[in-house]
Design a protein around this ligand. Structure first.
Ligand code: FE2
Length: 217
């Protein structure tokens, strides 16, 4: 904490609750196989890039057997993240529901959104990140704070006052966050597209005993 105008240092102890976490790891070992599957999926898109929304979304390719190692890493990481956040993960499995590629061309962006429909965690795995490419952005999910927020002293520094933080992508970088954390991408400024995988993880409670069969009368 900085000094007040009176030069008195804040001496109160601060407790930080209700955090919004973003997890980052470099996983270049998956680039070759994921790029291969991704390019195949992109090659199936035959329509031109849209003038207003210059990006392509592939179909979900989560079932591709070549991605077994990648998807195993995703669900294991997701389980570890949720447990580390304090959730009771006893008899809980993390499922990889969707893995797909987004290819954003010049001037494209991804508007701010969250993921519903049972998704617990979301993430990105970056494949191609040309110079001046979009940045991955995460936004404060607390509507009350956003409404009354004061100007920040230095917007280039992530602080408890920040409304938005961003990450400069690079190939092999993976980001994961809770699905309730709003995210977006800034406008893409390169003539070469940025390509990344977006993925959704959900949880399932393991069945510990069989339900009795319904009695047919
Ligand atoms: Fe998303």
């Amino acid at each position: 904490m900085g000094k007040s105008l009176r030069g008195v240092q804040l001496t109160m102890e601060a407790f930080h609750y209700f955090p919004s976490s973003v997890y980052l790891v470099q996983k270049p070992e998956f680039l070759e196989v994921v790029n291969g599957v991704s390019e195949e999926a992109l090659s199936k898109i035959t329509h031109d890039v849209h003038e207003i929304y210059p990006m392509h979304n592939t179909d979900n390719y989560v079932g591709d057997p070549r991605l077994e190692g990648f998807c195993t890493y995703l669900w294991q990481s997701g389980w570890d993240i949720l447990q580390s956040q304090g959730y009771d993960m006893t008899n809980v499995s993390v499922m990889v529901d969707a893995v797909w590629t987004q290819e954003h061309h010049k001037h494209s962006l991804m508007e701010q959104h969250v993921h519903g429909f049972g998704t617990q965690l979301v993430g990105f795995y970056f494949l191609e990140t040309p110079e001046n490419c979009s940045r991955a952005m995460f936004h404060d999910p607390r509507g009350g704070k956003v409404q009354i927020n004061l100007p920040e002293a230095d917007m280039s520094v992530a602080t408890p006052a920040s409304n938005t933080i961003n990450f400069a992508p690079e190939p092999g970088m993976m980001l994961i966050s809770n699905a309730w954390l709003p995210h977006s991408f800034g406008r893409h400024g390169s003539d070469q597209p940025i390509k990344f995988v977006h993925f959704n993880l959900s949880v399932r409670y393991n069945q510990t005993c069989a339900a009795p069969a319904a009695e047919v009368i």
